[in-house]
Design a protein around this ligand. Structure first.
Ligand code: FAD
Length: 350
């Protein structure tokens, strides 16, 4: 059995959130390691579909200490560019990333520290930053008859390129960015695209991109301005605008059940379909923290004070969503929350 490895701080996950934490930890002189379940760098960016473009220009998609370089010929870079940027980032700052190492469970150690059990041995740490994102926990809602549909069903995580649906009748479910982007992507390839959402889809004003979203989130932190959710849910990227302006991106209300042939809508009509793409979101990947018994937040989440687990000052959560800091699930926003997490951890350990 391999010996228990010891660090002062353990970061779980080497996506943008884990790397931002690593950047600030590097400057503290604390001994730390970053464990990542994936075999390659880039976090969720390595898995996105071909046509995905960032919400913001490169200069507004940067982690601390290293601006994202522009991508030739693209004002809004693609996902591969973001993945390459993260790969270069961890090298440049010589971050101690170990992969592939999956953290299975984090438990209390007898000496007041934490034990992280992994598929490659055990680590002892005094503080832990969980930055595991949500890509590994796709969510599909329970819909009557889902198992009856004889066509293809896939989640956003399984979507690669529109050409795979040439000539097919596709139903895209979900009123967020993924649903809008994938529905727009399919137009011109699929024989028919029906975009269904629970509530009427709300596109943000055309001039609101990721840069503007960050400014709005920052104004909220400093005490004022509208909430992003008051303005809309979906960034009107260029392909989304083009599909909308061509009249090809219309949202319809959610169906009530699935039949073998396709969805049945509230008026009783069944629309035959060949494929259903569930762009219905994700849940935070936090199963490894279950043994610590942290909960107490809204909707079964871990209650947080900033990035810190309210019930355990040794544990910080980074990324995931606004409940772990404003804009903390974005490249440009996660630096601020990572800095705060590392400052608190440094205070705790010294
Ligand atoms: P991830 O990138 O998911 O990284 C988590 C890492 O943790 C992974 O490498 C994973 O392997 C690892 N991991 C998971 N579980 C374990 C475990 N138990 N043990 C060890 N390792 C583990 N964001 C922007 O900033 N700008 C944009 O323009 C933008 N556009 C988007 C467009 C779309 C359509 C979508 C769907 C998302 C977009 N995002 C954008 C969001 C962004 O991609 C994610 O929020 C971001 O990747 C989350 O980063 P993360 O580091 O929190 O998690």
């Amino acid at each position: 059995m391999s010996p228990v490895r010891r660090v002062q701080v353990l970061v779980v996950g080497a996506g943008q959130a884990g790397l931002a934490a690593g950047y600030y930890l590097r400057r503290t002189g604390l001994d730390f390691a970053v464990l990542d379940a994936s075999g390659a760098p880039g976090g969720a960016w390595q898995h996105y579909w071909d046509s995905l473009r960032l919400f913001s220009p490169a200069a507004y998609s940067s982690l601390p200490g290293r601006p994202m370089p522009g991508q030739a010929g693209q004002s809004y870079p693609d996902a591969d560019h973001a993945a390459r940027y993260l790969a270069e980032y961890e090298k440049r700052f010589d971050l101690p990333v170990h992969r592939p190492v999956k953290v299975l469970a984090v438990e209390d150690a007898q000496d007041g520290g934490l034990l992280a059990r992994t598929d490659d041995g055990t680590w002892h740490t005094r503080a832990l930053v969980s930055a595991t994102g949500s890509w590994s926990r796709p969510f599909v809602p329970a819909v009557p008859g889902r198992e009856l549909f004889t066509g293809r069903q896939l989640h956003t995580t399984g979507y690669g390129r529109a050409e795979d649906f040439t000539g097919a009748r596709v139903v895209v479910v979900g009123g967020g960015n993924s649903g809008a982007q994938i529905a727009a992507d399919l137009t011109g390839h699929a024989a028919a695209v029906r975009w269904v959402t629970r509530r009427p889809a709300r596109l943000l004003p055309d001039e609101v991109d990721g840069r503007a979203l960050f400014e709005i989130a920052t104004r909220r932190v400093t005490g004022g301005g509208p909430r992003i959710s008051d303005l809309g849910d979906i960034v009107a990227t260029a392909p989304v605008r083009a599909a909308r302006d061509a009249g090809l991106l219309t949202d319809h209300r959610m169906f009530t059940a699935l039949t073998p042939q396709g969805p049945r809508f509230a008026d009783g009509a069944v629309r035959p379909a060949d494929a259903i793409i569930w762009c219905t979101g994700f849940r935070p990947a936090l199963a490894h923290l279950a043994p610590l018994g942290l909960r107490g937040g809204e909707r079964g989440r871990i209650a947080t004070a900033g990035t810190r687990a309210a019930a355990d000052p040794r544990v910080h959560l980074l990324g995931y969503g606004d409940w772990t800091g404003p804009a903390s699930a974005t490249l440009i926003g996660v630096g601020r929350t990572a800095r705060q997490a590392v400052a608190e951890i440094t205070g705790l350990l010294r």
